[in-house]
Design a protein around this ligand. Sequence first.
Ligand code: NAD
Ligand code: UDP
Length: 314
Amino acid sequence: MKRILITGGAGFIGSHLSKRLLDEGNDVICLDNFFTGSKDNIRELLQNDHFELVRHDVTKEYFAEVDEIYNLACPASPPHYQYNAIKTIKTSILGMINMLGLAKRCKARILQASTSEVYGDPMVHPQKEEYWGNVNPIGIRSCYDEGKRCAETLMMDYHRQNNVDIRIIRIFNTYGPNMHPNDGRVVSNFIVQALQNKDITIYGDGSQTRSFCYVDDLVEGMIRMMNNKEGFIGPVNLGNPSERTILEFAQLIIKLTNSNSKIINKPLPKDDPARRRPDISLAKEKLDWKPKTDIEEGLLKTIEYFEKKLELNR
Ligand code: NAD
Ligand code: UDP
């Protein structure tokens, strides 16, 4: 049994990771300031004696004896990370420094939840790990993108200078149950709009692309990366390479929810990446990992979750 700290453990991905690691017989400390996370996501886990919930902000130091740290604390949706941009960058950088300090003291292995946003609006397609990216350092997405890029730098420097045992994953758009209904990301927005027969808001003309990964597949990849014994530190892309336009995605959601919603267009936010698809050959080679869940299967589970969450009896 390992003692595992998950920062951001009450969030969307963190809650699934917490459950999976508890099911595997570990002790889990879930640390969260509840900025975008929710007790609802972890309510059933609170019954488990091996689960401990700590209300704490990663920008402040935290001490505990742990074997592993998954550092997920950071708002992930553009409206949430732009709400208080300075706080977002502090969370990524001060949070990373605090968690790396903890990992160094405890000799714990630490995994950083980095992001496809380190590639910015990519000039290379699909994105491979060796691509350095095309990121605007002064735009409205920079607090998130540059914060995550600097966090990767900190991971590498603690590794080179202090021998900290690190793992870096770059997560591409992930979806599933426990996303917040008002999260502002495309999956939750479209499903909530479709279930309520409200207009589906496409930003721009909908020709931009994304590649969506179901959360269970991602969590499997995260755990394989943490546990890999070859000393493979990454960075490694984790995502589903099945790419579609946002317009195609809206049409798929309308079909799966059997909705009467109409599609409307709204202005495209600044610096919105035009295309995104992970090249996952490195994850296949090093972790023997690839996503298994078909998009329709994953979306139907997510739709069911939102129906319950919104108390819709359709
Ligand atoms: P989320 O917003 O649901 O979860 C983030 C969690 O971190 C929340 O519980 C929030 O309350 C907590 N948090 C935020 N600031 C904090 C702070 N200062 N101190 C303590 N806790 C704090 O988002 P998510 O989708 O679950 O994302 C989890 C991680 O994965 C994030 O680091 C995100 O950048 C990364 N990621 C997610 C995606 C995705 O598609 N979901 C893609 C790329 C990267
Ligand atoms: N998007 C949209 N309508 C929405 C929310 C998002 O058209 O209601 C678009 C957004 O402009 C982007 C894509 O969907 O091109 C994915 O957005 P999201 O915020 O989910 O994540 P991103 O990958 O941009 O961080």
